[in-house]
Design a protein around this ligand. Sequence first.
Ligand code: FAD
Length: 482
Amino acid sequence: MVDAKNTIDVIITGAGPTGLMLAAELRLHDVRVVVLERDAEPTRVVRSLGLHVRSIEIMDQRGILDRFLAHGHQHPLTGTFFAAIDNPAPVQLDTAHCYVLGIPQPVTDRLLAEHAMELGAEIRRGCELVGLSQDEHGVTAELSDGTQLRSRYLVGCDGGRSTVRKQLGVGFPGEPSSVEFLLGEMEVGVPQETLTAVMTEVRKTEKRFGLGPLGDGVYRVLVPAEGVAEDRTVPPTLEEFKRQLRATAGTDFGVHSPRWLSRFGDATRQAERYRVGRVLLAGDAAHIHPPAGGQGLNLGVQDAFNLGWKLAAEIRGWAPEGLLDSYETERHPVAADVLNNSRAQMVLMSTEPGPQAVRRLWSELMEFEEVRRYLIEKITAIGVRYDFGEGHPLLGRRLRDVGLKRGRLYELMHGGRGLLLDQTGRLSVEGWGDRVDYVADISEELDVPAVLLRPDGHVAWVGEDQPELVGAMAKWFGAAGS
Ligand SMILES: Cc1cc2nc3c(=O)[nH]c(=O)nc-3n(C[C@H](O)[C@H](O)[C@H](O)COP(=O)(O)OP(=O)(O)OC[C@H]3O[C@@H](n4cnc5c(N)ncnc54)[C@H](O)[C@@H]3O)c2cc1C
């Protein structure tokens, strides 16, 4: 039986970074959201180690960056972030946040959960989606306890093995894992000198292996697995870890007292479609790739940032024709490009002689500042440009934060609405004032008369002509109101 009282606007499956960011974005528009999370407790497994520039900017645009800065460490952006090429030269990007923010994924997840809940999202833990069906009015989610939940839309943010994607029958073409790694946090039973000596020897070989101190005697350990596991959801045992450490480094370092143990592979796949009727996919549910360059979490958060306001517009009833579909049109190519650069990085990290030769040449190319910047703009996602057609070079790109006479631009974007920055003082958002904020101010850093920003900070229009502006507002924000 469907419980009518439980009718909600959007069910989000999965309280990972993608689902939590999406929940918060929807709540900014008063959309009733329930996040279903299979795990009763947040995971301790630390996958992502940080946020890249575009995600940092996003947190700033929503007024929550201070929370992340308080828990993270800022590292310089260098060429090393591409395929771990040894190129420590700093890369200058056109952003107010030219750094990598080191912050463990469980902290990111917690901060995003707090943000979503403060805005009124409901997160139901220990709640697994096992099936779904949809009709022209909404979606029915089947939960593992036998109950059903009804909503107008459902978004699968349920990770690489997404039940939602499988239920939709959406293809996930790509390559399976060819290698696998064991990753965990544990204590070591040997003195620091022994550890350093062995590490130095292993580094001389081409073996992929890592052992880094986290403080309090705990180390993050990465070691190749013996093969590719049938079921990667089953964590490795400490014994397996020791065996692989002995095979790789000649010693198991006396590892003991693991905090957590996990495994991951290099499978690379992308969903054929991001939308089937009232059900959408985002984050790892839509794309998976090896962690080279640290892009997956960032990509998922940015999917959510693109989708949130569009889905809210659909629910609030002001979405222009095709707005919701533009989520897939815009985000599918972005993920395809990330998959492409991840594959390239994996090849560059191969220990085979051919790829090693390409790596040497590649390292030489990366001595050129322009090459370095081009690649790091990809990794940090500030190079993303959605195809809004011909026009001003800023069109389709995210606008960096700029100083204004009265404050700065990103401070004005916390509410997730559109924004017209009018440096002429002659334009108007009349008719769209309920969806678009009007700011008459001057920025010495911005050489355009006026710019219209979507809620995700991408430039929808540049100019000074009111009729043209009206056309752009109708295109992105629907019909004028009374
Ligand atoms: C070793 C490693 C290192 C990485 N390092 C980085 C990095 O440095 N930077 C980076 O950007 N990315 C990194 N990533 C990738 C990053 O961890 C993922 O891309 C990111 O977690 C994806 O977020 P998500 O919310 O889409 O999915 P997930 O984080 O996988 O969250 C999905 C959630 O859905 C829940 N769920 C699943 N099925 C159901 C169901 N049926 N019902 C209800 N809930 C369900 C799960 O329990 C989970 O909580 C790394 C990954 C690995 C493996």
